[in-house]
Design a binder for this molecule. Structure first.
Ligand code: FAD
Ligand code: SF4
Ligand code: SF4
Length: 492
């Protein structure tokens, strides 16, 4: 009898709750020396016995805190149990019922802050490796041909326009296609995926994972209008006239800037410009600014400013491009950084140096072409908490220091663009942060029939929240369209 067959014959009670016997094990992590050299994901995939063994550590909580803290309320204990029993196709059915892209969330969710961080296995026994099992289930489902394009039971004549092919737009598109709408997705980029394709690097999320979802959605009948920017050339009003309802899922892209003398020198670049160039290269595109060396870290002293996940992606990309040195300058300390601790650990293993409690003040360039050569910085200390509860930061007098830097990458976060102006729609209401205002219940903006989801509503967030928002918006759009149809029929 093989291992799996034996597992199937073992009573469930004996099969689960194995955390006391089976230690936590993540999938094999590639050695630093080899992973520094390429953009391949750093974790390998579980094989069937390891996935089953790790899933069996779950204690099947009556009130599963892991699910409560998953933005998608995934039925985690259920698919863990099915995986432990070797019932992988059923595990896939359960997992994909609440998540459009489980293999993506399994790879890039900050599980330490979400599901795994809230796993209640007794202290001393580490959490169940939920993300790795989730990824394993759907990767296996793809290998075995279980993942099918969205196929509606009946077609509906109404069409829906979605602006933005990021996770929020794609999740909404899939859900709406499943109930039969003719779905059209518009994106200014030439590829589908939003930040999953051009922001997040391949060592966290290989591009083929995103591309295969794109192929599947197209097979399911979703029409993509790429290199179609909604703005002066194609106004929102025109899109609204074309479609029965519209969803805005455009994300947030206005990079926060840095001030001080020399902040505009050549060689100081925004994070997303740098990461997009690197991702495009990986996808086989020619990138002029990379070929000219402007966005290539090879042989350079690189300083990345910021402490979030975008900064972590930049430092680790620079390592892989062959930088001479990579430093991350962050004004708070390790405990107070917004980025995931797991990503900081990976970066440190790969040779990144963190200069905590430090902020840049000025940049100086070389005589020849003015390209940045040094960053002048100052040490900071943490003061009293402000109104938000976060400790303020203050410069330590006389603590200036300077670092060599041939490439400075600004990774200070993103704000929304001015959408009412870009879309030529003054009536589109925004919050004081510039995010779109939606009715909390209907998820409709101030424009009738125009809904919104993802980062453009929430502010810069996570892929898993974008999926959640896209799914919720799809439900509300469907309800509104049905209601609209009833009212129209009654009026006839
Ligand atoms: P986006 O993914 O930004 O997609 C919006 C789409 O709209 C884009 O394709 C854009 O081209 C298109 N668009 C914008 N304006 C227009 C217009 N006028 N006309 C047509 N199209 C338009 N989250 C995680 O969970 N884990 C991570 O590890 C992680 N790492 C990240 C790393 C980086 C570098 C960045 C920047 C973000 C990261 N995030 C991560 C956050 C995550 O990527 C976002 O929260 C998520 O992608 C938001 O989804 P969205 O669909 O709202 O927007
Ligand atoms: Fe955890 Fe994210 Fe998967 Fe939810 S979607 S179970 S938070 S990895
Ligand atoms: Fe299993 Fe942990 Fe979730 Fe409990 S909290 S159901 S042990 S994964």
């Amino acid at each position: 009898m093989d291992g799996l067959a034996r597992r199937r014959e073992t009573p469930v009670a004996d099969r689960m709750l194995q955390f006391v016997r089976v230690p936590q094990q993540t999938p094999e992590k590639r050695p630093v020396e080899t992973r520094r050299e390429d953009f391949t994901e750093i974790y390998r995939r579980f094989d069937v016995p390891h996935a089953a063994a790790q899933a069996s550590r779950c204690s099947q909580c009556g009130v599963p805190f892991c699910s409560i803290h998953c933005p998608l309320s995934n039925h985690i204990p259920d698919w863990l149990k099915l995986t432990a029993e070797g019932r992988l196709e059923e595990a896939y059915e359960v997992s994909s019922a609440t998540n459009n892209f489980p293999e993506i969330c399994g790879r890039i969710c900050p599980q330490d802050r979400l599901c795994e961080g809230n796993c209640v296995i007794e202290k001393g026994f580490e959490s169940v490796t939920i993300g790795a099992v989730e990824r394993f289930i759907t990767d296996t489902a793809f290998d075995r041909g279980w993942v099918q394009p969205p196929r509606p039971r009946r077609e509906r004549a109404q069409s829906i326009g979605i602006i933005g092919a990021g996770p929020a737009g794609l999740a909404a598109a899939e859900q709406l296609r499943r109930v039969g709408y003719q779905v059209h997705v518009y994106d200014r980029h030439d590829r589908v995926g939003g930040l999953m394709i051009y922001g997040i690097p391949g060592f966290k999320l290989e591009k083929e994972i995103v591309l295969r979802r794109w192929r599947l959605l197209e097979e399911g009948g979703i029409v993509f209008h790429l290199e179609s920017e909604i703005g002066p050339a194609l106004p929102l009003a025109e899109l609204r006239a074309r479609h029965a309802a519209v969803l805005i899922a455009t994300g947030v892209y206005q990079a926060r800037d840095i001030g001080g003398p020399g902040a505009g020198l050549p060689g100081i670049v925004p994070a997303l410009t740098y990461l997009t160039a690197s991702n495009r290269l990986g996808l086989g595109d020619t990138v002029a600014d990379f070929a000219s060396g402007t966005l290539d870290a090879r042989g350079k002293h690189v300083v990345v400013i910021g402490g979030g996940d975008t900064a972590m992606d930049c430092v680790r990309t620079a390592v892989r491009q062959g930088a001479a040195s990579v430093k991350c300058l962050y004004r708070r300390d390790r405990a107070n950084m917004p980025g995931s601790m797991r990503e900081v650990r990976h970066a440190e293993e790969e040779g990144v140096e963190f200069v905590w409690l430090s902020a840049p003040e000025a940049f100086t360039g070389g005589d020849a072409d003015g390209t940045v050569e040094r960053v002048r910085a100052v040490h900071m200390h943490l003061g009293l908490p402000d109104a938000s509860g976060r400790q303020s930061v203050e410069a330590v007098a006389g603590s200036h220091f300077s670092l060599p830097a041939d490439l400075v990458i600004k990774a200070l976060g993103f704000d929304p663009e001015d959408l009412p102006r870009a879309f030529g729609e003054k009536a589109l209401e925004v919050s004081r942060w510039g995010t779109l205002k939606v009715n909390q219940r209907s998820l409709m903006t101030s424009l009738p029939g125009v809904f919104a989801a993802g980062d453009i509503v929430r502010g810069a967030s996570l892929v898993v929240w974008a999926i959640r928002d896209g799914r919720d918006a799809a439900v509300q759009m469907h309800a509104w369209l049905q209601q609209d149809a009833i009212v129209s029929a009654a009026a006839e």
